[in-house]
Design a protein around this ligand. Structure first.
Ligand code: FE2
Ligand code: FE2
Length: 392
């Protein structure tokens, strides 16, 4: 058996040769399959090889299946376990659920059942490692030397986040692991963005409002449903990289020193890097990276100009500035509507894409932007389907 084989690896643990062999025959076309007839040997194999999924018989001589299950959960928390048993009971099923196993099948099993259960487990394993990589990146960005597992524990401590996490894993592993799964994954990211906003009390609700206003502008500019959906995700996550900026710089009353400004200006790059591990469409990371570029090329981080700036980034840029002007900041109160309108006009073609600025002015004119964040969310749901910020 080669550990460099890219196929997911399944360890089949059963003391009977018959079920072991049938599982091998069912799974081998799409998986690397290794087998063990004893629990203690299975644990040795897990220590020696990178395994993604274990299928486990509960009734075995020597180390019992439930003991093996607990040992696997303790020592290899990222490995998914499917219990396949000939004499299951309500108690053993309940214990398996408590241990967080992925699936519970009764013998005799059929091909469809087993294939679907293993596919779900592999997908769940993939989602978990993507999330762990993301959290590791997040850990580096926040400058805290924390294990991904510790951050995961923190997230698990919040009931809402826990529910979202469950949805992410289950949806990705379920039969409908496509659009619905991705949407739920995004709902989790939105919640994460909100959690990060708590670093700066003036930013609370900022991502949601920018997503809403970006949606209005995109609707006005005639973007397609898919582009609007990617834009909504990017707008929600646009300041995610601020997690890597010291809180005192975000809350500073006075002007920043040039060195401090350079740190703050890293947030688009950090944000793009953070989401790179998440299998989101590539345009989303680009929109994060470029949301502070200016139409005339004098923005950051790359100083690109005009249509070289991705459209989503240009839309987020104008929506972001609009939100900054219409909300209280540490150094000033929200600006009056006439001032906001004149600033949008003044910086059109300098800071803002003229088309995006014009579209936003039309929305302001139509009164679509004159509401608070709560009613904005409701208005978005009816005015701009596909662009509405999701209630987290
Ligand atoms: Fe930003
Ligand atoms: Fe922002």
């Amino acid at each position: 058996m080669s550990d460099t084989d890219p196929r997911p690896c399944v360890l089949v643990v059963d003391d009977e040769r018959g079920p072991r062999e049938s599982l091998r025959m069912i799974l081998e076309p799409a998986h690397r399959v290794i087998q063990s007839s004893r629990g203690s040997e299975a644990l040795e194999l897990l220590r020696a090889h990178p395994v993604d999924v274990v299928t486990l018989d509960l009734h075995m001589p020597g180390m019992r299946g439930d003991e093996v299950m607990r040992a696997v959960r303790r020592e290899f928390p990222g490995v998914e376990v499917i219990v396949i048993t000939g004499c299951g009971s309500v108690e053993s099923a309940a214990e398996a659920v408590r241990q967080g196993i992925c699936d519970y099948l009764q013998k005799p099993f059929d091909v469809v059942q087993v294939t679907a259960a293993v596919a779900r487990a592999v997908a769940r394993r993939g989602a978990r490692s993507r999330l762990c990589r993301f959290l590791e990146e997040l850990g580096h960005a926040v400058g805290r030397d924390r294990e991904a597992q510790a951050l995961l524990d923190d997230l698990h401590a919040s009931e809402r986040l826990r529910a979202r996490l469950g949805e992410v894993f289950d949806a990705r592993g379920g039969r409908d692991a496509g659009a619905a799964g991705a949407a739920r994954g995004v709902a989790f990211l939105e919640l994460l963005a909100e959690t990060i906003e708590t670093k700066d009390r003036f930013m609370r609700g900022h991502a949601r409002r920018v997503a809403f206003v970006s949606g209005l502008v995109a609707e006005r500019l005639g973007l397609g449903a898919e582009e609007r959906e990617d834009l909504r995700i990017a707008a929600f996550l646009h300041d995610l990289g601020k997690v890597g900026v010291p809180t005192d710089l975000l809350l500073r009353d006075g002007a920043l020193e040039p060195a401090e400004r350079r740190i703050v200006e890293q947030h688009p790059v950090i944000g793009a890097r953070l989401i790179a591990s998440l299998d989101l469409p590539a345009g989303i990371a680009l929109a994060l990276r470029h949301h502070h570029e200016w139409w005339d090329g004098s923005g950051y981080p790359d100083g690109i100009a005009g249509e070289r700036i991705p459209l989503a980034a240009r839309i987020i840029g104008v929506a972001d500035a609009f939100d900054a002007m219409t909300c209280d900041r540490p150094y000033r109160r929200a600006l009056a509507r006439e001032v906001v309108v004149s600033e949008l006009c003044r910086f059109s073609g300098i800071q803002f894409d003229p088309d995006a600025a014009e579209a936003l002015l039309a929305c302001v004119e139509a009164g679509l932007c004159d509401q608070d964040a709560g009613s904005l969310a409701g208005a978005a749901a009816s005015a701009a389907p596909g662009c509405a910020p999701q209630a987290a």
